[in-house]
Design a protein around this ligand. Structure first.
Ligand SMILES: C[S@@+](CC[C@H](N)C(=O)[O-])C[C@H]1O[C@@H](n2cnc3c(N)ncnc32)[C@H](O)[C@@H]1O
Length: 339
């Protein structure tokens, strides 16, 4: 028996499939009957797999590090490539990863990874969401409002995942297993899906407070017992970041657009005795909201009235003394969710 066969036999199925895929790509790229252009194309895929694994790892797997100026030796590059490609192989994502490299190089939309890659990202959102999901039931359902290119969505580890995004920046024909995409606005989604429920909701759609508030209400309406709503970007870093108009961000005056989502925290504090919440300040500020009692969704006219009542809040007034105490509401913390 050949040594290679023995080795691949000891690997899990997904890894074996990925290995076979890569090997056949390599074989095809050298086949004499293949026209030279196709041969070059397949060969490029193989080359991209091997050469870009370290790049992927340094972008997604590690926090930015200060360069020492030392050029990594080829041995350490290979060791690093092997180390970082193992999670991709084991999770069965290698073929998609390779395909994405190829597609991105040609300006095409990437595929979402088939499965979450363990410990592959240092994103605060992913860590918090996954940490929250560990404490809910086994058949967990995750809902993300505003998915964009799916960089958070694809790393979330839930049994079922629901994406709501009017303009997805990923290939929508091949979604990961047990994932559903609703290609519409969040308002349309909540209107059409009164029967669905979920355990963790990530509210990261349009960053205007009226919309974010409606998204939180929609999320709370379908929240299962013990579930959690996570609202992104609730503490703006400066006045530019907090503007309703994202032009300042586009012009480079601020590094991100948080909009006036912070006003949602006031709405929760003022009008929702049935919820409790905690805002995580610091590096990546988010507010976690959970239910203390039954939730009764307010009427649209009531929502309008509430939004009108806090419309006049400004960044300067709100954050003059730092983060207001009402944001960090310490009555009933759920420590398990602070990943
Ligand atoms: C900040 S991005 C989301 C990033 C994503 N959650 C992540 O972590 O990678 C905001 C997204 O919200 C989407 N969006 C805008 N208006 C929306 C709406 N009314 N309903 C749902 N999504 C919306 C935008 O198209 C955009 O892709």
């Amino acid at each position: 028996m050949r040594r290679g066969t023995t080795l691949t036999r000891s690997l899990p199925n997904s890894a074996r499939r990925a290995w076979t895929h890569l090997r056949s790509c390599w074989a095809i790229s050298r086949h004499p009957l293949l026209p030279p252009t196709s041969r070059a194309c397949v060969s490029r895929i193989v080359q991209l797999t091997v050469s870009h694994i370290p790049t992927f790892a340094s972008r997604d797997s590690h926090p930015p590090s200060v360069s020492t100026g030392a050029v990594p030796s080829s041995t350490s590059r290979v060791a690093h490539a092997v180390k970082t490609s193992i999670p991709l192989i084991v999770s069965g994502n290698l073929p998609r990863f390779v395909a994405n490299r190829y597609r991105e190089a040609r300006g095409r939309r990437r595929y979402l990874l088939r499965k979450a890659v363990p410990n592959s990202t240092r994103s605060w959102s992913v860590r918090r969401i996954n940490s929250a999901l560990k404490h809910v039931r086994d058949d967990s359902v995750y809902l993300e409002i505003g998915v964009n290119s799916g960089r958070t969505f694809e790393h979330v580890r839930a049994r079922t995942k629901i994406a709501v995004e009017p303009t997805p920046l990923f290939e929508t024909r091949k979604l990961p297993r047990r994932s559903r995409l609703f290609q519409c606005s969040s308002d349309d989604f909540f209107e059409a899906t009164g029967d669905l429920s979920w355990d963790v909701v990530f509210v990261d759609g349009l960053h205007l407070f009226e919309q974010a508030y409606r998204d939180v209400l929609g999320g709370l309406r379908g929240l299962r017992h013990g579930g959690l709503v996570i609202i992104d970007d609730t503490v703006p870093t400066d006045e530019y970041t907090s503007r309703r108009d994202p032009t300042a961000t586009r012009e480079g005056l601020s590094s991100a657009w948080f909009g006036d989502v912070y006003k949602v925290v006031f709405l929760l504090s003022k009008f929702h005795p049935e919820v409790d919440f905690r805002t995580i300040t610091g590096e990546h500020c988010q507010t976690l909201v959970w239910l203390l009692d039954d939730f009764v969704p307010p009427q649209p006219s009531e929502i309008q009235f509430r939004c009108k009542s806090i419309e006049g809040l400004t960044f300067e007034r709100t954050f003059a003394q730092g983060v207001p105490p009402s944001f960090v509401h310490l009555m009933k913390i759920r420590p398990s969710t602070l990943g």
